[in-house]
Design a protein around this ligand. Structure first.
Ligand code: FPP
Length: 256
């Protein structure tokens, strides 16, 4: 990670504006993004909502590449919530096709760039074509060691917590876990994000100031950065700006 960041800092050394923006110290390991505002972006242009999602997908491509270049370890992108099924069928169908479209075009590059694709969410009621695309990407990149690109797909935090509790109770019932050994760490291992460090930084675009059932447990001590920028207008510079703001924050975890 440090080497990558050093490389990036070197590449901007002739640009005094960006020189002091990012430092190796305090670099966020896990960045999570609620990518919001695709619909409004399209509406402003008199386009159908799906045009915003299509543009949003191109931004995903750019941001993944940039996060990897900067040396981010984990990038979680909220691509579809358990509540998004309430949208019109045509929009849901379009959104469900996006992972397939994205991975068809990007998987070779992701493999080359050592990215690990991971899915956080309930895969059961995804259409077969979505499952096939994500399963292939997860399997093909499983042995990579670089950026973890974690798509939150058909994800809802409250149901994740309930499912985590169920599986934990099962372990207690089966004698695999003693109640006295239940801890924050052991509970985390029963969530869909098991094995991933909690996000250091949460970004939400489009001016909405809420969590929308996203990683309620995992974001307990994360730093939040909100921007009015709509996701299809989000750029590499915005990502760097968010990291720069994060680096100036003092994380006290309840201490002084
Ligand atoms: C919220 O904006 C966005 C979504 C529900 C979908 C996000 C999906 C992408 C950005 C593309 C994902 C790409 C891949 C590769 C999976 P909204 O539609 O709610 O916007 P609005 O609030 O302006 O209506």
């Amino acid at each position: 990670m440090l080497n990558k960041l050093r490389g990036h800092l070197k590449s901007v050394q002739n640009d005094p504006e960006s020189m002091d923006q990012l430092t190796e110290e305090n670099f966020p390991k896990h960045i999570a993004i609620i990518m919001d505002g695709n619909g409004r972006w399209a509406k402003k242009r008199g386009l159908p909502r799906v045009a915003g999602h299509r543009e949003g997908m191109s931004v995903v491509r750019k941001i993944v590449r940039h996060a990897n270049k900067l040396g981010v370890s984990i990038l979680t992108l909220y691509a579809f919530s358990t509540e998004n099924w309430k949208r019109p069928k045509t929009e849901v169908d379009f959104l469900m096709r996006l992972p397939e479209r994205f991975l068809k075009a990007e998987l070779p590059t992701l493999i080359k760039e050592n990215v690990v694709v991971r899915i956080t969410g309930d895969r059961h009621n995804l259409p077969d074509y979505t499952k096939r695309a994500v399963d292939e990407a997860v399997a093909t990149t499983a042995n990579n060691t670089g950026l973890v690109l974690n798509f939150a797909l058909n994800y809802g935090s409250r149901s994740e917590i309930i499912d985590g509790m169920k599986s934990l109770f099962q372990d207690v019932q089966d004698g695999k876990l003693a109640i006295e050994d239940l801890s924050e760490a052991s509970f985390s291992e029963h969530l869909m994000t098991a094995g991933l460090d909690d996000p250091d930084l949460l970004i939400r675009t489009s001016g909405e100031l809420r969590l929308s059932n996203f990683m309620l447990w995992q974001l307990a001590y994360s730093e939040f950065w909100f921007t009015d920028v709509l996701w299809p207008d989000f750029s590499q510079e915005h990502l760097e700006e968010a990291i720069k703001v994060y680096q100036k924050r003092q994380r006290r975890y309840g201490g002084v």
